[in-house]
Design a protein. Structure first.
Length: 177
């Protein structure tokens, strides 16, 4: 009886294995899912990116432009590209510029003594990864802000447009938010 059970188990195992394998010379299954080709990157050093952020749009509780810069850093990290091989500038102007205000100025801008700037932490992280976080001086003047109103590490540029033109002419890829 034992040899019959053993024979039967081996027979069933072989039958199941052969049922899942295509026969020799058989056509491929037209319904089989094909794996898409994933294109990687060629340039892994000297990558230059300029973000133009002027719209007050939010994602995941922070300014969308800041969120996507952080996502770009994570994507390059997953591809094995070190932050030292990236030069990223994010230029904020217009309606998004207040994202770069310190707590006191942010509260005054929002007219709420209990509000806080949820972008402070991500700005700090971006700066720690070597991202140049920049604010338009023209926007600052129009809003009555001064350098002391900004988060630590934020750079003031004369105006966003000439800065973005300069970055593009120096080979920076342009991304608009």
């Amino acid at each position: 009886m034992r040899s019959f059970n053993h024979f039967f188990a081996v027979f069933i195992s072989l039958a199941l294995a052969s049922a899942t394998q295509p026969a020799l010379g058989a056509a491929p299954d037209p319904f089989a899912l094909k794996q898409p080709q994933v294109i990687s990157i060629a340039k892994r050093a000297g990558v230059r990116v300029a973000y133009d952020v002027k719209d007050d749009v939010w994602d995941a509780g922070i300014g969308k432009g800041l969120y996507y810069v952080r996502g770009l850093l994570e994507s390059y990290k997953a591809l094995g590209v070190a932050p030292k091989n990236l030069k990223i500038s994010i230029v904020l102007h217009g309606n998004s510029a207040y994202w770069l205000l310190n707590e006191t100025a942010y509260r005054q801008h929002k007219n709420d003594p209990f509000d806080f700037n949820p972008n402070e932490k991500v700005v700090e992280e971006l700066l720690a990864h070597g991202v140049s976080v920049e604010i338009c001086g023209s926007t600052m003047r129009s809003k009555g802000w001064v350098a002391e109103d900004l988060l630590p590490g934020v750079t003031i540029v004369r105006d966003a447009y000439t800065r973005l033109i300069d970055l593009q002419q120096r080979g920076y890829a342009y991304i608009r938010f």
